[in-house]
Design a protein around this ligand. Structure first.
Ligand SMILES: NC(=O)c1ccc[n+]([C@@H]2O[C@H](COP(=O)([O-])OP(=O)(O)OC[C@H]3O[C@@H](n4cnc5c(N)ncnc54)[C@H](O)[C@@H]3O)[C@@H](O)[C@H]2O)c1
Length: 318
């Protein structure tokens, strides 16, 4: 492979994936609208790092701009497509539903059509563990029924899997959907728990502990995710959906205690009810991912949080 299109290179996962390919000498065509769902400074900083490595051809554009998306496919000879740009976040989908329809349905449709029109034969795209909704059949298997999402975000991700199936069936484009489970690490998303907690604790502010601490998440470290995405790009299947999760759920109270230990500071906890749309526990069954991609996660939560806090201290000069 000489080159790849990655959408969402200003975003958390897209940045790390692009960085890895660039350091291996593979050209990356990046596409992102650099929107302000969260502060754009971290997005600009990620893009600056990528341009510092070299080989990142960045195009600022919106997924909804069909002609622009088509021109990217027409004008660049990339071999592979990895579609990560999307409106992420469960809670935001309760107040800004249209952002999810625009980016995750119309935007996704434009990527599918571009693959068809411009003869790309494999698409890897981001789905989410949120498609499992209120499933209590642990661990979550890709063979489970996921017809009952409990947030619009989850509904758009499940829809992506359905749309991808149609394009695989009708046009023979190979499709790999990746259900990511709570990804964390350096240059992570400021709207997610690890970032929010770290910031609040260092500023002496209280943290919101939802479901009175009775939450569990299968936190998955970014380097493991990048490894899984790369494997899925290297190994196309006619149609597959894979879980990329740590297969080891962590209780929220323990998660907070590891952050406290790394920071050497105590959190002020504000216990609250579970938020609408949130699921109490996520837990990935990764047997099929292991078998078909040869992937398994390597990073413990303690090691991952240690690396995040180390980065956070350097980035914010604390
Ligand atoms: N981080 C996680 O824990 C997690 C979990 C499950 C699924 N996902 C999915 O993985 C993908 C990457 O997530 P992330 O954590 O890197 O999120 P992110 O928000 O950091 O990155 C997404 C990027 O997409 C861009 N984008 C959004 N809408 C766009 C549009 N209409 N046109 C062009 N660019 C647009 C944003 O500017 C952003 O830079 C997303 O599809 C997300 O839904 C992430």
């Amino acid at each position: 492979m000489d080159s790849i299109l990655i959408t969402g290179t200003a975003g958390f996962i897209g940045f790390h994936l692009a960085k890895r390919y660039l350091t291996e000498g593979i050209e990356v065509i990046g596409y992102d609208n650099v929107n302000d769902y969260y502060g754009t400074k971290i997005k600009e900083d990620r893009l600056a790092i990528l341009s510092g490595i070299g080989g990142h051809h960045f195009i600022k554009g919106d997924l909804q701009d069909k002609e622009k998306v088509f021109s990217v496919f027409r004008d660049h000879g990339f071999d592979k497509v990895c579609h990560l740009a999307a409106q992420a976040g469960v809670r935001y989908s309760l107040t800004n539903p249209h952002a999810y329809i625009d980016s995750n349905l119309i935007g996704f449709m434009n990527i599918l059509e571009a693959c068809r029109k411009f003869d790309r034969d494999h698409l890897v795209y981001a789905s989410s563990s949120s498609v499992y909704g209120g499933n209590t059949n642990y661990p979550f298997s890709v063979e489970d029924n996921v017809d009952k999402p409990i947030s619009l975000y989850a509904a758009t991700k499940k829809s992506n899997e359905l749309m991808a199936h149609v394009y695989s069936h009708l046009f023979g484009i190979r499709m790999t959907g990746l259900r990511f489970f709570t990804v964390y690490g350096p240059y992570g998303r400021p709207d997610m728990a690890l970032f929010l907690f770290t910031r609040a604790i260092t500023e002496g502010k209280p943290i919101n502990v939802f479901n009175h601490g009775r939450m569990e998440r299968d936190f998955t470290y970014i380097d493991d995710i990048v490894d899984g995405v790369m494997r899925s790009i290297e190994r196309p299947f006619p149609y597959e959906v894979f879980n990329l999760g740590n297969n080891s759920p962590v209780q929220l109270e323990y998660f907070i205690s590891v952050i406290e230990r790394e920071l050497g500071m105590k959190a002020k906890k504000n216990y609250m009810d579970i938020q609408p749309g949130d699921v109490p526990k996520t837990y990935a069954d990764i047997d099929i991912t292991k078998e078909k991609l040869g992937w398994s996660p390597k990073t413990s939560i303690e090691e991952g949080i240690r690396r995040f806090i180390q980065w956070y201290r350097e980035y914010y000069m604390i």
